[in-house]
Design a binder for this molecule. Structure first.
Ligand SMILES: Cc1cc2nc3c(=O)[nH]c(=O)nc-3n(C[C@H](O)[C@H](O)[C@H](O)COP(=O)(O)OP(=O)(O)OC[C@H]3O[C@@H](n4cnc5c(N)ncnc54)[C@H](O)[C@@H]3O)c2cc1C
Length: 406
């Protein structure tokens, strides 16, 4: 275990500066256009792939950075550039993390590279868990996976919703129930390989924010995947199901799943911080240059104190995110759900800071001539996806109390 430190080190700072250049020079100038088009910004993803920013290697390097802050630093810079394009660039990692967390080494080696494609032929991946009747309550999902022993194939049927990159992805990772009577304990994750018959895109959603990121339903109509597409393998699943049927709960599986969430939530928090920082910087510049009553508006404490609070909350959120990321990298137990805490605080901070930024820009803040209204729209998703703010509070409350709070 290394001593807790907030020094990212020279290598991480170099990565941060490199990503900042890409965010400032490529993402920012493209942000308004792709927000209006509400389409996946393939040319920007391609550019990121050519530079090595959209690649399995890059994320693996950041993920295994011993300081723990490689991923949050990368997320903050990219989402400072633009959140919609940022999510198009990093959405694939949701599916990649599902394979990393649940797959065998062979499965990771087979599927993770296919999720990204190559710089000349870029691909994206989708993680499909949510359903129309199963959002926060993941145990309620209905998509069924039935094993066809004769063919050694799994047959998937159901409808997924809200899937980032759903239907346009090369590889889809689908969570399905194998034994509905067991609730969440009867579920498993499956890879649906590129071009598999029966998987189609349903409705594509028109959204309030992160509009450059594709969000859609995914329909699974008798989708057949080979037995080896079950993440973790059949033997492990059978053992897990047997334990669940006996009613024995070692706590090991549940703790592993919790640890995975706690470790991934700070990365989402870091995205929110990127948006908040971007809006704060625009507001600070504007407040220094906008003159009313013969002086810059920042000369008024009413405005200056708003900016002071914005900066304070952003830095506090980053400290929570970095602490949780460091804890994950150093295998520290999340006794107070510190990962959820960081996502909750960063998400709420982004919503609040971007709203303040709009206020400081006055009428201009309300128009699409300035980026803060887009940043405000983009920030709103951060209290919803990857666990709503209420669900984060539930997780934290249970962790600190040890009580089954509902
Ligand atoms: C743009 C976007 C991208 C997404 N990407 C993906 C993706 O790639 N893959 C994927 O699987 N999913 C994805 N999601 C789904 C997302 O994770 C869900 O929307 C989220 O988990 C909330 O589920 P829900 O929308 O069904 O809301 P609900 O669960 O119906 O919640 C509605 C409200 O009730 C509250 N609530 C629910 N239960 C409780 C409780 N016990 N206590 C207190 N309050 C509660 C919630 O906090 C919320 O305010 C995405 C969603 C969006 C909008």
């Amino acid at each position: 275990m290394s001593t807790f430190s907030l020094d990212p080190g020279a290598d991480q700072l170099a990565v941060r500066d490199w990503l900042h250049g890409f965010a400032a020079d490529v993402m920012r100038p493209a942000a308004a256009e792709w927000d209006e088009r509400e389409e996946t910004p393939w040319p920007v993803i391609q550019e990121a792939a050519k530079l090595g920013i959209y690649s399995l290697d890059f994320y693996a390097q950041q993920y295994f950075d011993p300081s723990g802050v490689g991923i949050p630093i990368a997320m903050e810079e990219l989402f400072w550039g633009d959140a919609g394009i940022g999510l198009s660039i990093v959405g694939t990692t949701l599916a990649a993390v599902a394979v990393l967390a649940n797959g065998t080494d062979e499965q990771i080696g087979t599927w993770a590279p296919q999720m990204f494609g190559t710089p000349d032929d870029v691909k994206v991946a989708a993680f499909c868990s949510s359903e129309p009747d199963a959002g926060s309550d993941v145990s309620a999902l209905r998509t069924r996976a039935v094993y066809d022993e004769a063919a050694d194939e799994w047959v998937l049927n159901g409808t997924k919703t809200w899937a980032t990159n759903g239907g346009i992805a090369a590889v889809h990772v689908v969570v399905a129930t194998v034994d509905p009577a067991l609730g969440a304990r009867g579920q498993a994750s499956f890879v649906v390989p590129p071009g598999t018959a029966g998987l189609s895109q349903g409705q594509k959603f028109k959204k309030h924010g992160i509009r450059a990121s594709h969000t859609a339903e995914v329909v699974l109509d008798s989708v057949r995947v080979p037995g080896h597409c079950l993440l973790g393998g059949k033997e492990k699943l059978d053992e897990r199901l047997a334990r669940a049927r006996e009613g024995t709960r070692s706590g090991k599986g549940r703790n592993a799943a919790m640890a995975t969430f706690e470790a991934s939530r700070p990365a989402v928090g870091a995205q929110a911080i990127g948006i908040a920082r971007a809006a704060y910087e625009v507001a600070l510049d504007y407040a220094k240059t906008r003159v009313q009553f013969g002086r810059p508006i920042i000369d008024n404490q009413g405005v200056a104190f708003q900016l002071a609070d914005m900066k304070t909350r952003i830095d506090a959120a980053r400290l929570l995110v970095w602490r949780a990321s460091w804890m994950a990298a150093n295998n520290q137990p999340f006794t107070a759900a510190e990962g959820s805490m960081s996502k909750l605080y960063a998400g709420e901070t982004a919503k609040w800071v971007t709203a303040q930024a709009m206020q400081i820009l006055g009428g201009n803040g309300f128009t699409r001539e300035y980026p803060v209204e887009r940043m405000h729209r983009d920030s709103a998703i951060y209290s919803i996806f990857e666990g709503t703010s209420e669900i984060q509070r539930l997780v934290i409350a249970r962790a600190i109390s040890g009580m089954p709070i509902r």
